[in-house]
Design a protein around this ligand. Structure first.
Ligand code: ZN
Length: 344
């Protein structure tokens, strides 16, 4: 009897415990309810099974020397000896850093008459790899200083307008050579960008990129990210989110601007939208259906959206600011290596 009664008590106790724990588990989510926080995007997961590579430092002193070397050839206006000499030097430099270089020669009409002889310089890092990032800039300079008050018919140095972007590409090539990784990178120097008609048709500009877009160096080329650098070296540079870039590749724009901010370059990469700009990326978008973004400085100095030095003789080596080269170059270095690491 006693035994039986004990067993019954034990059964009651067990049942009560079971009931209590069931109630507890049922109401627990409500006890600890946290405010709704959106789940972060899953892009921050490192790629498994590959060794992560630390993002290397981008050296602005070296980038500056690459800019200066181009300027020292004299203005890289098409159909001039300086233009030819600089092209040969660029090819040699990229090859020195182990890149496989294509010299894509082209001829295109100059809107004032005659024909330009141009060459797109396509420098490929590990061309055998399928996953690739494309970063481009134009390497020619304008053959007139039409926004200046004197010597308007003489070509400009184009230290910012041309040489700055290419200087960053060369330093990226040197960085990749010293810090190898297994992802493809294409660094393209477009020719004949900057000798178009300021008051005329859009397609008088960007003749090299127009040609490349119709004659891609790889069949079915579809880079993971495509980024154009233009006017990326002058004091007071400000990079806003350009219109065509936002239309075709809003995620790349956000990725680049957020990365620049996280690296401390928010002063240059401003979280503000601006209108569309005719530049090489437009013809890459239209001609090759590659969603390319443009990092281009539009500091809006009075009547000069691209800065007071733009298309004047003040666009010389003195306008170049190493801090700006560093901001853009370090951001591009992070984009390359963090894409490889799978965290961008
Ligand atoms: Zn220009």
């Amino acid at each position: 009897m006693q035994k039986k009664s004990n067993r019954r008590t034990l059964a009651y106790v067990l049942f009560a415990l079971l009931l209590l724990s069931a109630v507890f588990y049922a109401i627990q989510p409500y006890l600890n309810k946290k405010p709704d926080i959106p789940t972060p995007p899953k892009t921050e997961t490192p790629r498994p099974n590959i060794p992560q590579i630390k993002v290397p430092d981008f050296n602005p002193d070296s980038a500056f020397l690459f800019v200066k070397k181009q300027v020292d050839f004299g203005p890289r206006a098409p159909n001039t000896p300086a233009h030819q000499k600089c092209a040969a030097w660029l090819v040699k430099e990229f090859k020195r850093y182990g890149f496989v270089v294509i010299e894509q020669k082209l001829q295109a009409p100059y809107y004032k008459g005659g024909t330009f002889n141009g060459v797109n310089i396509i420098a490929q890092y590990k061309p055998e790899l399928q996953k690739r990032i494309l970063i481009a800039a134009h390497w020619d300079s304008r053959n007139e200083a039409d926004k200046d008050t004197k010597d308007v018919n003489k070509p400009i140095d184009g230290a910012d307008d041309g040489a700055s972007g290419v200087g960053i590409l060369l330093e990226l090539a040197r960085t990749l050579h010293n810090n190898p990784m297994d992802m493809g990178v294409d660094l393209i120097c477009f020719d004949l960008e900057d000798n178009g008609d300021d008051k005329g048709a859009q397609d008088t500009w960007c003749l090299g990129s127009q040609y490349w877009a119709k004659n891609l160096h790889r069949p079915n080329y579809s880079p993971y990210s495509a980024i154009l650098l233009d006017l990326v070296g002058a004091k007071g540079a400000r990079f806003y989110k350009e219109g065509f870039s936002r239309d075709v590749a809003p995620q790349t724009v956000e990725k680049v601007w957020n990365k620049a901010h996280s690296l401390g370059y928010g002063e240059y990469f401003v979280h503000e939208n601006r209108g569309p700009i005719t530049d090489d990326h437009l013809f890459v978008i239209r001609g090759a259906q590659i969603p390319m973004i443009d990092i281009i400085s539009t500091p809006n100095e009075g009547d000069h959206p691209f800065g007071a030095h733009h298309h004047t003789h003040n666009d010389n080596i003195n306008i170049i600011d190493k801090k700006v080269l560093k901001a853009v170059g370090q951001t591009m270095t992070a984009v390359i290596y963090e894409t490889y690491n799978g965290v961008l």
